[in-house]
Design a protein around this ligand. Structure first.
Ligand code: HEM
Length: 213
C-alpha cells in the first residue's frame, strides 16, 4: 500500500516502450524490417529490465528506502513479459509461424538455444515469484532465485552472439551486470548494508554535538 504510487509509476514506464514500438510499427516508422526491429528492441528492453531488477537490492542496502524492494518483483515480471513478447515476435516475424522450420532455424541460429535456456529459467522465477511460493519453498526460494544470475549470463551470451561485431552496447550491459554481481559478494554487500546506519549515526553525532551534548 505504502509504495503504491511507485508501483504505478514503474508499471506505466515499463508499459510505454512496447506500446510506442507497436505504434511506430503500425505507422511504418520502424524501417524496412519492422518485425526484426521489434524483436531486437524487446530483447534489449528485457536485458535492461533484468539489470534494473538486480540493482534493487544493492540500492536498498545503500539507501534504506523500502520502495526499491516494493518494485523489484514488478520489474522482474516486466522482464519476463518483454521476453514473452520477444519470443512471440521471433516466432511471428522471423520464423513466419512456420513451426516445421524451427529445427532448421535452431541449427542456423544456435544463439536461440542459449536464449531459450534463459527463457526456461525466467519461467521458473516468474512462476515462483508469488507470496505462496516464498512461504512454501522457504530457504529454497532464495537458492532458486539465484538462478537470475545464470539467466543474466545466458542473456548476455545470447546478445553477444547476435551483435558480434558492434559490441558497444553489449559491453555496457556486461560491465553493468558484472558490477551488480560484485555487489552481491558477501563482504561488499555487508559494507553497503552498513552505510545507511553509518550515515544515521553520523547525523546523530552531529546533532548531539550542535546541541552541546
Ligand atoms: C526462446 C527464447 C528466445 C528466442 C527464441 C530469442 C530470439 C532472438 C532472436 C531471433 C534475436 C535476433 C533478432 C535479429 O536481429 O535477427 C534475438 C536477439 C536478442 N535477444 Fe533474444 N531470444 C530469446 C530469449 C532472450 C532472452 C531471455 C533475452 C534477455 C534476457 C534476450 C535478449 C536478446 C537481446 C538483447 C537481443 C539482441 C537485440 C539487438 O541486437 O539489439 N533474448 N533474440
Amino acid at each position: 500500500m505504502r509504495y503504491r504510487i511507485w508501483r504505478v509509476v514503474v508499471f506505466l514506464l515499463a508499459l510505454f516502450p512496447p506500446l510506442l514500438w507497436l505504434y511506430m510499427g503500425l505507422t511504418q516508422q520502424l524501417g524496412p524490417d519492422p518485425g526484426k526491429v521489434l524483436v531486437d528492441n524487446l530483447g534489449q528492453g528485457a536485458l535492461v529490465l533484468l539489470l534494473l531488477t538486480l540493482s534493487m537490492t544493492p540500492l536498498r542496502r545503500l539507501s534504506a528506502w523500502g520502495g526499491w524492494i516494493a518494485v523489484r518483483r514488478q520489474l522482474g515480471l516486466w522482464c519476463f513479459t518483454y521476453v514473452l513478447l520477444h519470443v512471440a515476435g521471433y516466432l511471428t516475424f522471423i520464423l513466419g509461424l512456420r513451426f516445421d522450420r524451427l529445427l532448421d532455424d535452431l541449427s542456423e541460429r544456435p544463439y536461440i538455444i542459449v536464449g531459450a535456456l534463459a527463457f526456461v529459467g525466467l519461467w521458473l522465477l516468474a512462476l515462483t515469484s508469488n507470496h505462496y511460493s516464498v512461504r512454501r519453498l522457504g530457504a529454497r526460494w532464495r537458492q532458486l532465485h539465484k538462478l537470475v544470475y545464470v539467466i543474466l549470463v545466458l542473456g548476455l551470451l545470447h546478445m553477444l552472439w547476435v551483435v558480434r561485431s558492434d559490441i558497444g552496447e553489449w559491453v555496457f550491459y556486461a560491465v553493468s551486470g558484472a558490477a551488480l554481481l560484485m555487489l552481491r559478494i558477501p563482504a561488499v554487500a555487508a559494507w553497503l548494508s552498513a552505510r545507511p546506519g553509518k550515515v544515521k549515526s553520523f547525523r546523530k553525532a552531529l546533532t548531539a554535538k550542535s546541541a552541546g551534548l
